[in-house]
Each structure stands twice: as structure tokens, then as C-alpha cells.
Design a protein around this ligand. Sequence first.
Ligand code: FMN
Length: 231
Amino acid sequence: MTVDERHGPTDIDEVLTTTRAVRKRLDLTRPVERVVIERCIDLALQAPNGSNQQRWRWIVVDDADVRRKLVDIYAAAMIDYINRPRRSTAPAATAAAPSPAMQRMTESVMWLREHFHEVPVLVVPAIAGRTDDAPVFEQASRWGSIIPAIWSFMLALRSRGLGSAWTTLHLLREREAADLLGIPHDQYMQAGLFPVAYTRGTAFKRAARQPAKQVTGWNTFPLNPNPAAGG
Ligand SMILES: Cc1cc2nc3c(=O)[nH]c(=O)nc-3n(C[C@H](O)[C@H](O)[C@H](O)COP(=O)(O)O)c2cc1C
């Protein structure tokens, strides 16, 4: 295929509303051409970034052995996450039952964990200048210099018939992934781990989200007491 051959939607509103976290519909059998990944990164690099310093680096893993090692780190980090100390001391029986949507998401997350090593390409975007313990200004400036580009990357994938899912769990073991991938850990922060594959079919639905009116305040903070509840 040529670099710009499109197999997904190109209408901007459709791309913005249907770029989902794709896990179970990643096509694990179809290879992804390096040229397509490079094209999507090229597009992503048009994103805004602080003082146009372009401090990003993109580590693309398509070697099966390295993928397996990276995914082992993700799986170990997921166990760390599941076993993390909880703030609440309430007995589990009193916790609200997960909604069907939450159950579907959990099932999808677990499916990805089982099949992550089969995903043909894994991408780790990194940004120079660690902000551990930094003031919010520095944190926002640094993360704001890589996250818009990553989202552009995901949108570019979508319009070409590929999909991904934003994942951050492996960052619980960021150091191990840095050592594996040769990332200078004292200088660079990894933003996440992105599985990339063609999708099985290209029709994806718009997500259920709160309406803008519920979370937007004109000239002052919005009054909705609990925007996260979505009610
Ligand atoms: C910051 C962030 C971290 C996430 N971490 C993970 C992760 O570690 N593993 C995973 O399977 N999905 C992860 N997700 C994907 C979310 O579960 C997903 O975006 C959310 O359920 C909404 O689904 P949608 O993107 O299809 O609308 C993450 C998403 C974000 C934005």
C-alpha cells in the first residue's frame, strides 16, 4: 500500500468521535508496515508542544522478543496495580457492583493483557525533562508537549484503518521498560504504551459521555456538584 492510502474514516468529526480504545478488535494476524507507523508519527509531530522544543522520542517495537519482554513488564505492573494498597477500608461486599459498561471494559483490559504480546507493533512515546516532584506548571508544560502528539498519532492511525489503546499501567515499572528499550531514564519520561494494529472492521461507535453543558462553566467554575458521576 502507499503511505497515504486510507482505510478508515476521514471526516474529522467522525474520527474524533469514533477513535476508541481498541483491544479485542485489534487484528493480531495482519502485519503493520513500518512506513505507515512513520507516516502517523510524522503527522503527530505537527502537534503543539512547549516552545516548539520537540523534546519527544518515539520508540517503536516490532521485534517479537522485545515485545514479549515489554509486555511481561506490563503484566507485572498490572499485578502491582491490582495488589496496591487501597485507601478505603470498607469491606468489598459493601462496594457497588460494577456496571455492565465497567464489566465490559475490565474484560477488554484483561483480554489485552492476555494478547498484548501478539499485537504487531508497540509504541512508547517519551519526553525529555523529568517532572518528578515538579510544580504543576512544569508538569502541565511537559505532558502538554507530548500528549497532544500522541492523540494525533491515534487519530492518524484511525483514519488509516488501524487502532490503539492508551495504556499507562507499565509506568508502575517505568524503570524496567527504560532499561529494556535503552531509554535514558534520568532524562526521559515515558508517556504510555500503545498497542498498534489494523482493526477488524473500521466501524466504531461514538462513546457515551457527559454533555458539554454538564461540565462547562461560562465565566466561572461549573456548578454541577459531582461531574465525575455523570448523572
Ligand atoms: C491516561 C489513560 C490511561 C489508561 N490506561 C490504560 C491501561 O493501562 N490499560 C488499558 O487497557 N487501557 C487503559 N486506558 C484506556 C481507557 O480504559 C479507555 O480510554 C476508557 O475506558 C474509555 O474508552 P474509550 O477510549 O474507548 O472511550 C487508559 C486511558 C487513559 C486516557
